[in-house]
Design a protein around this ligand. Sequence first.
Ligand code: AMP
Length: 420
Amino acid sequence: MSTFKAPKGTYDLIPPVSATFLAVREAIAAPLKNSGYGYIETPGFENVELFARGVGESTDIVTKEMYTLTTKGGDQLALRPEGTASVLRAALEANLHKAGNLPVKLWYSGSYYRYERPQKGRYRHFSQVGAEAIGTEDPALDAELIILADQAYRSLGLSQFRILLNSLGDKECRPVYRAALQDFLGGLDLDEDTRRRSEINPLRVLDDKRPEVQKQLVGAPMLRDYLCDACKTYHEQVRELLNAAGVSYEDDEKLVRGLDYYTRTTFEFVHDGLGSQSAVGGGGRYDGLSEMIGGPSLPSVGWALGVDRTVLALEAEGIELELPATTSVFAVPLGEEARRLLFGTVTELRKSGVAADFAYGGKGVKAAMKAANRSGARFTIVAGERDLAEGVVQLKDMESGEQEAVALDKVTDEIRRRLG
Ligand code: AMP
């Protein structure tokens, strides 16, 4: 063991779990690729100001959890804590919104960083797959994204998740509600931190998990009663589209989420097998974000699903993904001449698209067969001096255990035939 360890709050993805991780990423991306979303990749760090303005000065993410650094050139950067601000920044910078085709639909996959108190399901480095639909106000777009996330989770076999849905109003009705809520909060007995939060972003106080706070919140004005007609109609349409698609959800009028940019539709995916870190994904509409980072008005909607927690959700439901074996053929050479010839066969198999591996390191037959077994390969090719003298190799079907001599120059074709 080396003297170095992975930094606190991080972990390494290693086989075989890493294969599940990759499969989860692909399963989340598949419905997006199938629905007009194009792949986007942005840098792992951005100007710190982008997140301060985009995610919100009052959020925990910005005030407590960002990894910030000053470069030798004096630039203030931050490791990205989330994807939306970066993706919108990139879309604006490339003028994608002016290319004429709105919405601009993008998906991404990558690493995100938050300086959080580590615990199961909460890490300082984690992975998300996300989607953003930029530049269009249409309830069908909000519904589309929720449906695609639902489809992604279901394609993995998950069923013990719930979709929480709310509307946060818009720039007409939210300020009225905000003032009413602030008024109410002003009359409560709150600690200094919470009082400050109620001044900057009172809606987030509703999200406070502490029972002593929740107790006082009984009777607080609810946003639902303040939504303007336009927001009400919009939300009703999202709900109807989800109903029609057979996607079930729960109305949760306390759902506000930890980022400031959300307007109207907000949603979260929670999994009941995950304990306290139960949110596997979340998102919503962010109609004001573009203007907040200096762009034109571009009403947009998006989500991000956590890959780490989705893998934990699979474990919680006892789901093992059926992953194809990474190796189809394993070659076991006995002796120098066999090594040379079988190495050629392996190269030929790989070129023709068959996943093949080789017993390296001059192992004895016992150790080599063990390696063949461990590889999960369907077929093993074994060849010793006697075989080669006859111009054959032994082709063993690891499933049936049957073994048969096959001419060396025919073995590639024979394997491809058997693999279909
Ligand atoms: P958020 O941007 O906070 O809504 O996060 C979206 C999703 O990313 C969450 O639902 C989690 O699945 C995942 N996520 C966020 N923060 C962490 C973290 N510290 N560790 C692991 N996953 C996280």
